[in-house]
Design a binder for this molecule. Structure first.
Ligand code: UD1
Length: 363
């Protein structure tokens, strides 16, 4: 009979709660895993956190560190010292970290320093842009972690190029697990977008939250003007970072094509994207969801970690904000999309990889 394995998942920001959902389900289904859920408190607004635990039926976190917002150093430092105490007390067999946020980095460093095996889910992604906080977080986490769970062939190649191949396994993308099952669940529902938009006519979904687009006043004004000029209504789903910066610079988030509203829960988001004519975003997760749902995406960045989405023009990089041109000449490509993100079973593989190693084997 397999021995029980204690796995501590550390999450803190919105996309990590979504990734946690299928992993928690797979860990439960294993029957011999004690899955401890640790929330750092990086995201604390109910619409950025609680809503995902509720809609995916994830139990409330066992521990919430309540770290909240702050500069990178203050936020990451607070997590480091709080996590040390938690890991020492609970002594997990594995710490599982997700993606590329400050919560990922803090949990990885804490575990490594305590000699607790750590596994990085979504390993091997690279933007090669060293000004992005996420790039520091993912590179350092990959180099520190014991087991690298990569979503794609390209991620495996990136890890090979950095000499990390022997610690890496391709498992597929857990976000594809979630997105593909949400698509099936919501296809018969009505899309819920801001009431001022007629959902039977073409509309675009837009989100902006990267510091490179929000934190400089001139850039933020340019981004908003470009969105205002889109020739169809824009359901503009506002992230707290955007709200905070717009308030600081005294900039309105309406006018022109813009119809602002707060963030959506996951299922509503998937449904709204499915009926949209296009997505405009700087979010990594949303680029990929648009691809998986067959909706053209325009990404307001110079580079993407999810390079597979660029194939055949499903996703276009548009840091220069040629948005109107890009959208006006754009229908969904006719090409068949490949399945670079796996078949929806990544989380089961994640749990299988941890289970196969049991307690630490020096992976
Ligand atoms: C973080 C991640 C980013 C991820 C994003 C998803 C890092 C470095 N970045 O960015 O990779 O794509 O989450 O959303 O970890 N705020 C609130 N309420 C909240 C959370 C944040 O009002 O619940 C505001 C605060 O003003 C805060 C700002 O948003 O200072 C930024 O939050 P922070 O957690 O620092 O990073 P994100 O921009 O959300």
């Amino acid at each position: 009979m397999p021995s029980r394995l204690k796995v501590a998942s550390v999450v803190g920001a919105r996309p990590q709660f979504i990734k946690l959902a299928p992993v928690h389900r797979a860990a439960n289904a294993d029957g011999e895993i004690d899955h401890l859920i640790i929330h750092t408190g990086q995201h604390y607004d109910p619409l950025m956190s609680d809503v995902f635990f509720e809609e995916f039926h994830i139990p409330k976190p066992d521990i919430n560190l309540g770290v909240g917002s702050g500069t990178h150093g203050a936020q990451t430092g607070a997590m480091l010292s709080a996590l040390e105490e938690v890991f020492e007390h609970h002594k997990p067999d594995w710490v599982l970290v997700y993606g590329d946020t400050n919560s990922t980095l803090a949990a990885t460093l804490t575990a490594v320093k305590l000699h607790i095996p750590v596994s990085h889910l979504e390993a091997g992604l690279r933007s090669f842009n060293r000004r992005m906080p996420e790039e520091h977080n993912r590179v350092i986490s990959d180099h520190a972690a014991d087991l690298l769970l990569a979503p794609t062939d390209i991620a495996m190649e990136n890890l090979r190029n950095e000499g990390l191949y022997s610690r890496a396994v391709k498992v597929g993308d857990v976000m594809a697990d979630v997105c593909l099952s949400a698509k099936r669940a919501v296809q018969d529902q009505q899309a819920q977008i801001p009431k001022s938009i007629d959902s039977d006519k073409p509309y675009v979904i837009a989100t902006i939250h990267r510091p490179e687009n929000t934190d400089n006043e001139v850039r933020l004004r340019l981004v908003l003007d470009a969105l205002r000029n889109i020739p169809v209504p824009v359901a503009f789903l506002t992230h707290p970072r955007l709200l905070a910066r717009a308030a600081k610079f005294n900039i309105g988030l309406d006018g022109g094509a813009l119809h602002p509203s707060g963030p959506l829960g996951y299922f509503k988001m998937v449904r709204a994207v499915m009926s949209s004519a296009g997505v405009v975003t700087d979010s990594g997760g949303l680029q990929k969801e648009a691809y998986l749902l067959g909706v053209p995406c325009t990404t307001l960045r110079r580079e993407t970690e999810w390079v597979e989405t660029l194939l055949d023009g499903w996703n276009i990089l548009d840091a220069d904000l040629r948005l109107v041109d890009v959208l006006a000449s754009r229908a969904a490509p006719r090409s068949r999309r490949m399945q670079p993100y796996g078949d929806g079973d990544a989380a089961v593989r994640v749990v299988g990889e941890l289970r196969a190693r049991g307690g630490f084997s020096g992976a």
